[in-house]
Design a protein around this ligand. Structure first.
Ligand code: 3PG
Ligand code: MG
Length: 350
């Protein structure tokens, strides 16, 4: 895999795909891990004399329409603070055949949410070509590890127009995941939570041949996911609010997870088990993170933007917690672990 170490960067304009799909609350970034993880690549590019870096990302699922609930403006605030000594700019996506007027002194630019245009998810060559031309990019850097399982314009179609090189986050994630699953020790336990049932249900199926047990919690379980195999256990009790909304899995199911973790030698956890941004409904996720983080005799893999952010926050106060691998990718990490060919990886120059 070719990385940014393999090219001459001097005076080049870099178009860099990142995954800044981060959790927001009241217009603010609540967990900036995915943003911070892109800094080693940005810093290296700057130290090696690039003319400019133009960052592109998606956030959430605005479904091809301009919807400012999904603006990257909160991410821009984080970038501005982190790069105080640089001039940082934030720009709308270019209209057809329009140049983006980035002033000469702006070394770091962020474009608005790629998914404001349907071309991104439609893997449209014209869409990405238009962006390349609008910023006069010379080199494409792929560092959005968490989105490489999607065949979108910024992960796939782009390879028709520019050579694609891996950034350091992508390289690190791929190497770490490879190492972690070289020889997976059995029993393998997979814990799946989160809310994207349409994404997770097929993945659960695909883990059946690899996993000895799969536990399903989170909103997927609350929404009534039905197990399709006796290896799958779906949370059976829940903590509810006054409207009977099931917002966390209950003590019975949490105890079951704790037991199964103790019995397993490889554990893969993706997706929070309850609405953990609310401390009242974080109990099962905290217990799971604590047991996993204290289990030093197993391979423990935490993946997904929300899960990873949650675990990282917990590690700040519980200094003893440690994991074999913490990945910024959710679906991307799971599909990589399943050995699937990922479009965004395939697009990178060999
Ligand atoms: C993620 O959070 O899993 C990635 O950013 C991809 O987002 P998506 O599932 O909306 O494609
Ligand atoms: Mg996510």
């Amino acid at each position: 895999m070719k990385t940014i170490r393999d090219i001459d960067l001097k005076n080049k304009t870099i178009l860099m795909r990142v995954d800044y799909n981060v959790p927001l609350k009241n217009g603010k970034v609540v967990d900036d891990l995915r943003i911070r993880e892109s800094f080693p690549t940005i810093n290296y590019l700057l130290e090696n004399g690039v003319k400019r870096i133009v960052l592109i990302s998606h956030l959430g699922r605005p479904e091809g329409k301009e919807n400012f609930d999904f603006t990257l403006d909160p991410v821009f605030s984080v970038l501005k603070k982190a790069y105080k000594n640089l001039k940082v700019g934030f720009y709308s996506l270019p209209k057809e055949e329009e140049k983006i007027p980035i002033p000469e002194q702006v070394q770091l630019a962020l474009l608005e949410n790629l998914r404001f245009n349907p071309g991104e998810e439609e893997n449209s060559p014209e869409f990405i070509k238009n962006i390349i031309d609008a910023v006069e990019a010379d080199i494409y850097v792929q560092d959005g590890f968490a989105v490489i399982h999607r065949a979108h314009a910024s992960t796939d179609a782009v390879k028709e127009f520019l050579p694609v090189y891996a950034g350091f986050l992508l390289e690190k994630e791929v190497n770490n995941l490879k190492k972690a699953i070289e020889k997976p020790k059995k029993p393998v336990l997979v814990i799946i939570g989160g809310s994207k049932i349409e994404d997770k249900a097929p993945l659960i199926e695909k883990f059946l041949p690899i996993a000895d047990k799969i536990i399903v919690g989170g909103k997927i379980a609350a929404d009534g996911y039905k197990p399709t195999d006796k290896k799958i256990y779906v949370a059976e009790d829940f903590d509810e609010d006054s409207n009977h909304a099931k917002l966390d899995i209950g003590p019975l199911s949490t105890a079951k997870i704790a037991n199964d973790i103790n019995d397993a030698d490889t554990i893969i956890w993706n997706g929070l088990l309850g609405k953990a941004e609310d401390p009242t409904y974080a109990t099962s996720s905290i217990i799971t993170a604590e047991i996993l983080g204290s289990k030093s005799d197993a391979t423990t893999i935490i993946c997904g933007g929300d899960t990873t952010g949650f675990v990282e926050n917990l590690m700040k106060t519980h200094k003893k917690l440690s994991y074999s691998l913490v990945s910024t990718g959710g679906g991307a990490a799971l599909e990589f672990l399943l050995g699937k060919e990922l479009p965004g990886l395939k697009a990178i120059k060999n």
